[in-house]
Write a protein that binds this ligand. Structure first.
Ligand SMILES: Nc1ncnc2c1ncn2[C@@H]1O[C@H](COP(=O)(O)OP(=O)(O)OP(=O)(O)O)[C@@H](O)[C@H]1O
Length: 790
């Protein structure tokens, strides 16, 4: 209970956090907040400055804050004076001036939608600087109380107790150096070169000045020395260029060298460090906006509550008499066949009790297995199953049905800790094992499930249990169902959650598919979806949907490139036999293809049938459905068809089932969920805010897909021109862009893209990439469309 409450608390906390985040992410909020901060900072700064001149007079007035007669001199009135008093006198002294400055830059940043990362740094350094200054100025606090403020003064004297005055000064100095080194990357070399260049500049200035004084008259010829003299080697005696007396030439060389050194200085460009970001874009996006949350669109969605499910009186009662009688009969029967028993142990489950037998040494196990029917006869009960030996144990199991079976309610399995705490992708609480443990499996790992059983043995209840489990654990954004129900009655209730959880083909009214041709289209559409998802996985360089979604949530995949959060798709086919009989290969081929390939991209199949014959469950289907659930069937052959072994014919019906996910067979009592319970759950979900439509699967229209282009101008969509503008402005030809900008359905956006292709505005389909836009700008578009009309 406590854990549950904790989980609910966590979800509400998360939702609250999301709400706050979206409130502050809103541009209007940002503009108001930004403007407020800027103006408030001006208010503060003005009041601070005014306080510096009026603090002595104002201080004594602040006690009578509400008294009308008392006035203050501060430019910003009593509030200004109080805030200044608090920040400067009682706070950090004149270093408090940092506060309005920091607020000002924060406000500007929010107002202009700049990044807040720089501001954060600014605040960090600013606050440190403020404390540093106020502690440092506290050494002079006796000169003026405003220099350090109470905080600076107290901190200073507190620290002095530990470090002494000199120690504190040295520490402050160390902090200053650290600050300069970290903030401005200052090194001794830099200081040295700066001092040197300053010195040289000074000396040069002095020399120049001296020379000016010494040679104030001779300087004129120097200036007039022509440029070629510069190239004369200094060591050699220079060749006279001008026919002038020697002494003049000497003079010239000296002078020609000097300007060379003076004028030809090397200009070292400042080393401009390339701008670098502290963190990569996706981390920054995650920091600014948080991880992408697919559930945000239905942020207020509430998961169905446990009280929608019914309580059945289901505590297992151990009937000692029955146990004793069964034990005696087992021992007796085995003794009749000369099989001695060492020990016997009973585990009472909801429908059957497992008697674990340790036979005497030397008894062959196959002997017991062969006596299965005889033992069953002498126990005069149907549904005896002998497990010889129990895998992993050296014992032999005999499962004997209880006289009074206990129902396993859906509520008991859904509320189990095992299910509630499961971290699985698609957890399914199928029922309870023979030792009364809740059995939870991950559909994503199976990855497809085949369910079979004779009519009336609990298949439909089993399907409902699977769907209910997922509804209790997965948000509508995370999983979508494609429901195929040729019997037209079993899954109808799920119609109510169409816009939350169902996926359907575009242009269809009913999400639950009942007729065969639609099934074929849907299966093929799922194949298209599968291929598209593979393309997305490939371009995201991940191996499966889980990694893909993690990457997408971490904002490492750009939605502009067609990436989107991928919900799991669970295809449920009730009565598969009907389909195979009517459509044969047409359904078998896409189902086999999906079953073979769809596991990595999050499409999982659950196929149920009452006729487990080999022409329904063909080799191809079987090979791709390693997870199988068998309810009671009528013959051993049927059992072999489903499970590759007998056993399902020995079940007792009413949800008694065998589950195999590879090698081991597990006997389970399927959880029972009644139609009224399913109705309550679907009503609960259906009454909440939903998506505008069911999840749209890609369009599949038989053979001619993708070849028909609407060439006829008169048949163009009314939004054709708007769509063209959107595409040309964004320079990106994607249907999802149109869906978003023009608020269109998938179908209409797809048709518009086709029409734009026919008009030569976008290029042809290029897989998962957006189509190329062939028109450069609005002017070119207008020209093209006007030309068309003419
Ligand atoms: N897990 C269960 N626990 C208890 N009773 C069950 C369970 N599953 C089924 N039953 C009983 O068996 C009846 C038939 O179940 P269900 O409708 O699921 O059969 P089915 O195999 O789907 O039959 P069909 O193929 O004819 O639709 C239920 O009405 C219920 O009384």
């Amino acid at each position: 209970m406590a854990k549950k409450a904790k989980t609910t608390n966590k979800t509400t906390d998360k939702q609250r956090f999301q709400k706050i985040k979206s409130f502050f992410g809103n541009r209007q909020t940002q503009t108001i907040l930004g403007a407020f901060l800027v103006l408030f900072s001006i208010f503060l700064l003005s009041s601070f400055i005014s306080y510096l001149f009026n603090w002595q007079q104002d201080q004594s007035q602040l006690d009578s804050f509400t008294d009308k007669k008392v006035t203050v001199n501060n430019l910003l009135g009593k509030i200004g004076a109080s805030l200044s008093h608090l920040s400067i006198y009682k706070g950090f002294g004149i270093a408090a001036m940092y506060i309005p400055i920091l607020l000002f830059f924060t406000g500007i940043s929010i107002f202009l939608k700049g990044t807040l990362i720089k501001v954060r740094k600014f605040w960090g350094w600013g606050l440190l600087g403020m404390v540093w200054i106020s502690i440092s100025l506290a050494f002079f606090a006796n000169k003026n109380a405003l220099l350090a403020g109470v905080v600076g003064f107290e901190l200073n004297s507190y620290l002095q107790q530990f470090l002494g005055k000199t120690g504190l000064i040295l520490s402050l100095l160390f902090l200053l150096i650290t600050y300069l080194v970290i903030r401005f990357k200052l090194t001794p070399e830099m200081v040295h070169s700066a001092v040197k260049s300053n010195k040289t500049a000074l000396e040069d200035n002095e020399i120049n000045n001296d020379k000016k004084e010494e040679h104030s008259e001779e300087i004129i010829p120097v200036i007039s020395v022509p440029q070629p003299t510069v190239d004369i080697p200094l060591t050699k005696k220079p060749t006279p260029i001008f026919e002038k007396p020697d002494n003049e030439l000497d003079f010239k060389i000296i002078n020609s060298e000097e300007p060379k050194e003076e004028n030809i200085t090397i200009d070292v460009d400042n080393i401009v460090e390339e701008n670098q970001v502290d963190e990569n874009l996706s981390d920054q996006l995650v920091k600014d906006f948080g991880e992408f949350d697919p559930t945000l669109e239905l942020g207020n969605y509430k998961f169905p509550t446990l009280n929608l499910l019914r309580d059945y009186n289901e505590s297992i009662s151990v009937d000692q008499e029955e146990l004793e009688a069964n034990k005696n009969r087992i021992v007796e029967t085995l003794n009749n066949y000369n099989i001695g028993i060492d020990r016997i142990k009973a585990t009472v489950g909801p429908t059957v009790t497992l008697y674990e037998i340790v036979p005497e040494a030397g008894v062959r196990i196959s002997k017991i297995k062969n006596l299965e029917d005889d033992i069953a006869l002498s126990l005069s009960a149907m549904g005896i199953r002998i497990i010889a030996p129990i895998p992993g144990k050296g014992t032999i199991g005999i499962e004997v049905p209880n006289k009074k079976p206990t129902m396993v309610s859906m509520k008991s399995v859904i509320s189990s800790i095992k299910f509630q705490n499961s971290e699985m992708e698609l957890p399914i609480a199928l029922g309870k094992t023979i030792s009364n443990e809740t059995f939870v499996v991950d559909l994503a790992k199976m990855p497809h499930l085949l369910m079979a059983g004779a009519t009336g043995q609990g298949k439909s209840v089993g399907l409902n249990a699977v769907l209910t489990s997922l509804l209790y654990k997965k948000h509508p954004a995370e999983v979508k169902f494609v429901l195929v129900d040729p019997k037209k009655v079993e899954l109808t209730l799920f119609n109510k959650i169409e816009r939350h959880y169902l996926a359907k083909l575009p242009d269809t009214d009913e999400a639950i598919i009942t007729d065969t041709t639609k099934v074929i289209n849907t299966l093929n559409s799922l194949c298209i979806e599968m291929d598209a998802r593979y393309d997305l996985l490939k371009s995201a360089m991940v191996r499966n949907i889980k990694e893909y979604n993690v990457k997408f949530k971490a904002r490492k995949l750009n939605p502009e490139n067609g990436h989107k959060f991928l919900p799991y798709i669970v295809l449920v086919i009730d009565e598969f036999a009907d389909l195979i009989m009517t459509a044969g290969k047409e359904v078998e081929t896409p189902i086999a293809r999906l079953a073979q390939l769809a596991r990595a991209i999050g499409i999982h199949l659950i196929v149920a049938t009452q006729r487990p014959s080999v022409n329904v469950i063909t080799g191809i289907i079987k090979a791709n459905f390693p997870a199988r659930a068998a309810f009671r069937v009528t013959s051993k052959i049927d059992s072999r068809t489903i499970l590759d072994t007998s056993g399902a014919d020995q079940l007792i019906g009413k949800g008694d089932m065998l589950f195999s996910a590879g090698n081991d067979l597990i006997r389970l009592q399927c959880a029972f969920v009644d139609t009224p319970e399913v109705e309550k759950i679907t009503d609960f979900i259906g009454s909440q805010r939903a998506y505008p439509d069911a999840h749209m699967l890609p369009e599949y229209s038989g053979e001619e897909i993708g070849t028909s282009l609407d060439i006829d101008i008169s048949e163009r969509d009314a939004l054709f021109r708007d769509a063209a503008l959107v595409i040309v402005h964004a320079q990106q030809g994607s249907a999802s862009l149109l869906q978003r900008k023009l608020k269109l359905g998938y179908n209409r956006a797809g048709r518009l893209i086709d029409q734009l292709e026919a008009a030569g505005i976008v290029g042809p389909f290029e897989g998962s990439k957006a189509r190329q836009v062939l028109v450069a700008d609005e002017a070119a578009l207008n020209f093209l469309l006007n030309n068309e009309e003419n």
